[in-house]
Design a protein around this ligand. Sequence first.
Ligand code: GLC
Length: 450
Amino acid sequence: MKSYTVMSILGSIALVTAAGCNKKSEQAADKPADKMADKAGDKTPAKAASAEIAISCGSVGKDYDTCKEGAELWAKKTGNTVKVVTSPTSSSEKLALAQQLLAAGATDVDVFSIDVVWPGILGSFFLDLKDYTGGSEKNHFESIIANNTLDGHLVSLPWFTDAGLLYYRKDLLDKYKEKVPTTWAEMAATAKKIQDGERKAGAKELWGYVFQGKAYEGLTCNALEWVASYGGGTIVGTDGKVTINNPDAAAALDAAATWIGTITPPGVLNYEEEESRGVFQSGNAVFMRNWPYAYQLAQAATSPIKDKVGMTTLPKGAGANARGAAAMGGWNLSVSKFSKHPKEAADLVVYLTGPEEQKRRAVSGGYQPTIKSLYEDKDVLAANPSFALLLGTFSSSVPRPSTPTKGSYNQVSSAFWTAAQSVLNKQATGKAAVAELAEKLDQVSHGGSW
Ligand code: GLC
């Protein structure tokens, strides 16, 4: 098992491009060793060749190790080899790198892990996996298969699903005789009370609430949850119309801005998932918004908050349209159409997304399966007592508007996270930010036609 970084791969692409090679000659010159092997094969009896498949795994929490273990299991079973390519932690940076590799026709990565919001952006670079599944896609949640199907092509197989959750410190809520909050206002009040009390008692580092506030896809997920929980919609509706310019959306962003510096450290504007988990897991936050992966890590033997952690659905907003809203996340696996070993790469994807591997990942890493029957598996449920809650969260979670905005989704998301940050930074009011954002999105969408 070798490990490469996407940066080193990009470095070699840059060299090839700088040398003036076009895509065809680059591919032809790619592996002289293979060509020599072919020649030798003219004389010696054919031997089943084993392929080396490069897979780009994630790197948040246990992503890398869990992915590598699964890929190695497949390699052992099939006699092929795998090479694990690491990638950045931020979904937005991962997207930029995948776009560069695929636009360059790179053969270095065979299997890409892709965010649930990317099929419309990258789908044309991937093989139709229907040719390899033997119909097994019917075992997964239909909505994810629909999300991953472009013009009838199944461009990605579901690997795990995600939904935003509220984590809390059970011990601190008990100590202050506070209930688990069900609205954002209750969350903020409880966070402040406990933060003040604990700081007085000497816990100077304690904050009330941490989340993902950096300018990237994670902030889009958080801010969408605030907006949707106030009844302010999903930025763009399923019909492609821009809906963000409304008073509920503005009120949601204004409410979140009041947290910064009071219950939330100002540094949150630079936090991804792992920075939030770092603060919470070291015992320095009462509440945290994060994905399910954080639970098993917070409960690990070495965790300072082991057995003090609770998780529940995200709070409701305020106003007549208030509801609970969790952003729907998740990751899928795709095979690059530039892969030199499409059959083996697709076989690896079918294996990694199949029931045996999804069960192993759920038990050892808390990754939420996309195969319905695993929510009734007793080993999965024993390792993840919260999966019943997660199944409920999954069915009511809010999709980001990647389907209606198609290949423009990343522009929509980056305009949205920029607007959200401007409110959190107190550079704009919620009202001004959503009005300006709607104007920008109307231009990008050509009036909703995308
Ligand atoms: C998680 C989700 C993914 C989302 C990302 C944002 O990885 O699974 O869908 O885009 O977080 O940071």
